[in-house]
Design a protein around this ligand. Structure first.
Ligand code: ZN
Length: 241
């Protein structure tokens, strides 16, 4: 994993990222990659001297399969809970869906690189719909009693309960899919919003960017793409351009 701040580490699976924040032996993990990324996640935690048992909770930015892949494994093997926005709980439990599948994307954005990405994510489990029966809502949006003192920042649009997580002491924010820095479908580098067809409510997703612009952080850990350094207002300005 790449160290991105004091006690903060960015890991990557199949075209998707996660964030681990440490306090002593304990970790908060934001998102978990695809179902096919479970062993990569465990290996990357081991590489920074941690065991999945050290994870006090997973915070989920949103209930899409590319971020939920290890939730059941972490819960069944180690008892790790997962917390999210109340509106996201029914999606995680599989009672409702707000997700474009790889075939939806292919018909809207066919390019050779998109086809290659689709093949990669199919192998990583893109056609699965994990049901996470243990999904729970956090008590926020005030700071949570977890390593790093994360503050949930609701930024709906991509999904109804999409949430970024700010770690105020270290100036790091995990933005999930509200603000990404690269995606095989767009082929653009730098802060950006995902194409509208990925989002449940694209107009809300546009408005949610201004929520992120006000955050006091200088390190963006997105759901997709590399870590970005700079003030959030600047990242948002680039995404709106
Ligand atoms: Zn995603």
């Amino acid at each position: 994993m790449q160290q991105v701040g004091d006690d903060a580490f960015h890991g990557t699976g199949t075209d998707v990222g996660w964030l681990a924040v440490r306090d002593g032996r304990d970790l908060t993990l934001v998102d978990t990659g695809w179902p096919g990324d479970v062993s990569r996640l465990e290996e990357q935690l081991a590489a920074i001297g941690h065991h999945p048992r050290d994870v006090r909770a997973v915070l989920l930015t949103h209930a899409h399969v590319d971020h939920m892949g290890a939730l059941r494994h972490l819960h069944e093997a180690y008892g790790v809970p997962v917390l999210m926005h109340p509106d996201e709980v029914p999606l995680a439990r599989g009672d409702r869906r707000e997700q474009a599948g790889p075939l939806d994307v292919l018909v809207r954005a066919w390019r050779p690189r998109v086809a290659a990405w689709s093949a990669r994510i199919m192998r990583a489990g893109a056609l699965q719909h994990p049901r996470v029966a243990h999904a729970e809502a956090w008590a926020g949006p005030t700071a949570l009693d977890l390593p790093g003192g994360p503050v949930p920042v609701p930024c709906p649009g991509h999904t109804s309960g999409h949430t970024a997580y700010l770690f105020p002491g270290i100036g790091v924010v995990a933005t999930g899919d509200a603000l990404v820095t690269a995606h095989p479908v767009t082929g653009i580098d730098g802060p950006q919003r995902l194409p509208d067809f990925f989002s449940h409510a694209p107009e809300d997703a546009r408005m949610s960017l201004s929520v992120l612009a006000d955050l006091d952080a200088d390190t963006v850990v997105p759901g997709h793409g590399p870590v970005w350094r700079g003030q959030l207002a600047e990242a948002v300005a680039q995404a709106q351009a």
